[in-house]
Design a protein around this ligand. Structure first.
Ligand code: HMG
Ligand code: MG
Length: 318
């Protein structure tokens, strides 16, 4: 038994409100963040990483996390995970009524130390009580392994190193491991190798997710390789924003509109509407005061049945 899934259903895990905004210096109001999240849910996204309960000094853009969660209308069937780095973050998340969290560490000590002020080993020790409590509360639990393909401080990362950290996180009781290509250096053959090594370590493909930053334009090629290897969960950010302030050289996440177009045209189902995503992408680009620079954001979609361009008319809703 390989744990490989043969269905054509893909989960799109939206990180626009969190990863997409965390590195943006233009302040976005809590009301606009809420509107963005609503537009994403309208588009059919069912997992929307809403914000982070981290130090406001580390990530000023998300310092309104408590206020945001207090005002967020929860929709039936939509999960709104938040990043939690420590017990302080957990207490804030609990007070805010969340039911899904993501802890985050890395394959390399150098990145983990810059990002969360802990070595990988220290982070695992810090997450143990956080994940145990989250489990007691019945929350959904994800863990990120950043720098899974390369580290901005120490360079190349062996896939086994990322898998070893992932295995330790799985043993701490997470539901899902998300491998992060934080600085966007991975290529498809490395993705296949990582998926297979992870499976060999007992991490089934149904528990693996991938988070590709599109720094060098390889994100969709990497999605193709992950799909071929049996993975069905991908992170993306509507509007293609994103990056980590502690990962110099990181560019935006794979754009949700580019992912949705690609999946639609390739016969994968996912429940997300491209026009709705484009409306949300235009909304957030407008609030950030930037042109929407993603491929499908600029070109619109293309209906493979009718052979016609689509989605160009979708404008932000008031
Ligand atoms: P620290 O300075 O090492 O530790 O921060 P500390 O415990 O001494 O705390 C420093 C200050 O933060 C103290 O306040 C604490 O009270 C406060 P002060 O006394 O200076 O006024 N503090 C908190 N405040 C609110 N919420 C908390 C919290 N914890 C401590 N939870 C810490 C350690 C982990 C807090 C900090 O380094 C941090 O917040 N880091 C987060 C960095 C971050 O969010 N990075 C981006 C997300 S990761 C990412 O983008 C990668 C990913 O997308 C995947 C990929 O692309 O690979 C997920
Ligand atoms: Mg990221």
């Amino acid at each position: 038994m390989t744990g490989r899934s043969d269905d054509r259903r893909v989960r799109i895990y939206e990180v626009g409100p969190r990863d997409g905004l965390q590195n943006e210096s233009t302040p976005i109001s809590a009301a606009d963040k809420l509107r963005f999240i609503e537009l994403l849910a309208d588009a059919g996204l069912r997992e929307i990483e809403a914000t982070s309960f981290v130090s406001p000094k580390a990530i000023p853009q998300l310092s309104d996390a408590d206020e945001l969660l207090a005002a967020l209308p929860r929709r039936e069937g939509v999960r709104y995970p938040v990043l939690v780095p420590n017990e302080r973050g957990l207490a804030r998340a609990e007070a805010a009524g969340v039911d899904a969290i993501a802890v985050f560490t890395a394959a390399t000590d150098a990145f983990a130390e810059k990002n969360i002020g802990m070595t990988v080993e220290e982070s695992l020790a810090a997450f143990a009580p956080v994940l145990a409590r989250a489990r007691e509360l019945g929350w959904w639990r994800r863990a990120y392994v950043s720098t899974a393909f390369g580290c901005p401080y120490t360079g190349r990362v062996k896939p086994q190193t990322a898998v070893d950290v992932a295995r330790r996180l799985l043993d701490l009781g997470v539901d899902e491991i998300c491998f992060g290509d934080t600085i966007g250096v991975g290529v498809p053959n490395q993705v296949g190798e990582l998926v297979n090594l992870a499976q060999g370590a007992g991490i089934r493909v149904s528990r693996q997710a991938f988070h590709f930053h599109d720094t060098r334009g390889t994100a969709l090629a990497n999605v193709t390789a992950s799909l071929a290897a049996g993975v069905r969960t991908f992170d993306s950010a509507t509007g293609g924003t994103g990056g980590c302030p502690y990962a110099p050289g990181a560019a935006g996440n794979l754009a949700t509109e580019d992912l949705v177009y690609f999946l639609d045209a390739s016969g994968w189902t996912h429940g997300v509407d491209l026009d709705g995503v484009l409306a949300a992408a235009r909304f957030i680009a407008d609030r950030l005061g930037k042109p929407l620079s993603t491929k499908v954001g600029q070109a619109g979609g293309w209906d493979h049945q009718t052979g016609r361009a689509t989605g160009r008319e979708a404008e932000p809703r008031p």
